[in-house]
Design a protein around this ligand. Structure first.
Ligand code: V47
Ligand code: SF4
Length: 362
């Protein structure tokens, strides 16, 4: 174990890439603090003491979904009159206007694969948002939704991307990646697009000139080798396009889900996974601790384990909370800055594309 840590330390020092075998060995390494220390060094070389956050709002336009992923407590079947919902365009615009008035710079919009809404609904939604709240960057639609829109319209996904971009789409969030390993995917999201298709769509998004994020859902049925395989495929795509901004490991929340035997993620596993992600993904600038799924305390400690982004104010979160996340629904800008400062770091508000909007006092 000592020789592994020495090798990784030398590689961090020289900027050399970690191998898959080394990443896998790190998952088995019991010395969490040593792994975290190395990740913190790797992060300091890229980002210094800066920790980014943004002022944003999530809007989930519908929870109706034709897929029934077993890890998802958010979605409802078509025809669920009691718990299914679809927001009207006016409600979406009102939420956006409220967010803009509160100083938000980003709308994060994703939803289920709605059984009936036409593709035009999404184009109209983007155009109306752009007209109403032009100051908001719209980060919307997972690769899973883009594939669904391509199916709905009979068009190639590249055309779908061009039309969404033309209507006002600013970038793509990282959801829907889950874990790429087909054997696990079969059990947690059998109807979802494959990992290969997810990667192909993000590559097309990057080629269209838009940035995106990448996620990994962990802590369910996957092995450590599956996690390393997932990271490897992301690193390879990033080598080709450079279009990913942040990597976001999503800690699985088990309540109200149908994943047999899954218990959720402990703090040690969460911190180690974030740290190894920082060490392995040398071509990603940002590693994000999504506080909604991690809880505030682990997300804050993660800032000493290689993480340099805390995500945003969020305001209205459904996906994690429907699955039992015990974090708050929203944080104020001041709370985010305080969390960062109390970890000994420098809070910096950013926009979606990581342009700095302000350093300094809250
Ligand atoms: O795609 C669903 C995941 C994702 C559960 O790009 C679950 O900036 C944990 O992708 N437990 C949506 N996770 C969230 C997401 C995201 C969040 C914040 C920022 C960004 C970004 C992206 O949530 C889904 C799925 O992978 N998810 N159910 C669950 N029970
Ligand atoms: Fe539908 Fe997405 Fe939930 Fe899967 S994770 S059931 S695709 S909303």
């Amino acid at each position: 174990m000592e020789s592994l840590l020495k090798t990784v330390s030398a590689k961090v020092e020289s900027g050399e890439r970690l191998s898959d075998a080394e990443a896998l060995e790190l998952f088995a390494c019991p010395d969490l603090l040593a792994v975290g220390h190395l990740a913190a060094l790797a992060n300091a070389r890229k980002n210094g003491e800066t920790v980014y956050f943004n002022v944003n709002r999530h809007v989930n336009y519908t929870n109706l979904c034709v897929n029934r992923c077993t890890f998802c407590a958010f979605s409802r079947e078509a025809g669920d009159a009691e718990e299914g919902y679809t927001l009207a365009l006016n409600d979406i615009l009102a939420k956006a206007a409220e967010a803009a008035a509160a100083g938000a710079t980003e709308l994060h919009m994703v939803g289920g694969l709605h059984p009936h809404l036409p593709f035009d609904f999404y184009l109209e939604m983007l155009a109306a948002l752009r007209a109403d709240s032009p100051q908001l960057h719209i980060k919307a639609f997972t690769a899973v939704e883009l594939d669904y829109f391509a199916g709905l319209t009979g068009q190639p996904v590249t055309t779908v991307i061009d039309e969404l971009k033309e209507a006002g789409l600013g970038s793509l969030p990282g959801g829907g990646a889950e874990i790429f390993a087909p054997k696990v995917r079969e059990r947690i999201c059998p109807e979802k697009i494959s990992g290969a298709r997810w990667l192909e769509i993000h590559e097309a998004v990057h080629r269209a000139g838009l940035k995106s994020n990448a996620t990994m859902l962990f802590g369910h049925l996957e092995s450590f080798a599956d996690r390393v395989d997932h990271l490897r495929q992301l690193r390879e795509l990033q080598d080709r396009t450079g279009g990913f901004q942040a990597f976001i490991p999503l800690a699985f929340q088990p309540d109200n889900t149908r994943v047999p035997g899954a218990k959720g993620v402990g703090g040690v596993d969460a911190l180690k996974t974030l740290a190894i992600s920082r060490l392995y993904l040398d071509n990603f600038r940002h590693i994000k601790a999504y506080w909604v799924m991690l809880g505030l305390k682990i997300a804050q400690v993660a800032l000493c384990f290689g993480v340099n982004d805390l995500d945003g104010t969020v305001v209205e979160e459904k996906i994690g909370h429907d699955a039992g996340a015990d974090s708050p629904q929203q944080l104020s800008k001041e709370q985010l800055m305080m969390l960062i400062r109390k970890a000994g770091k420098v809070p910096v508000e950013r926009d979606t594309l990581y342009r700095e909007l302000g350093r300094g006092a809250a």
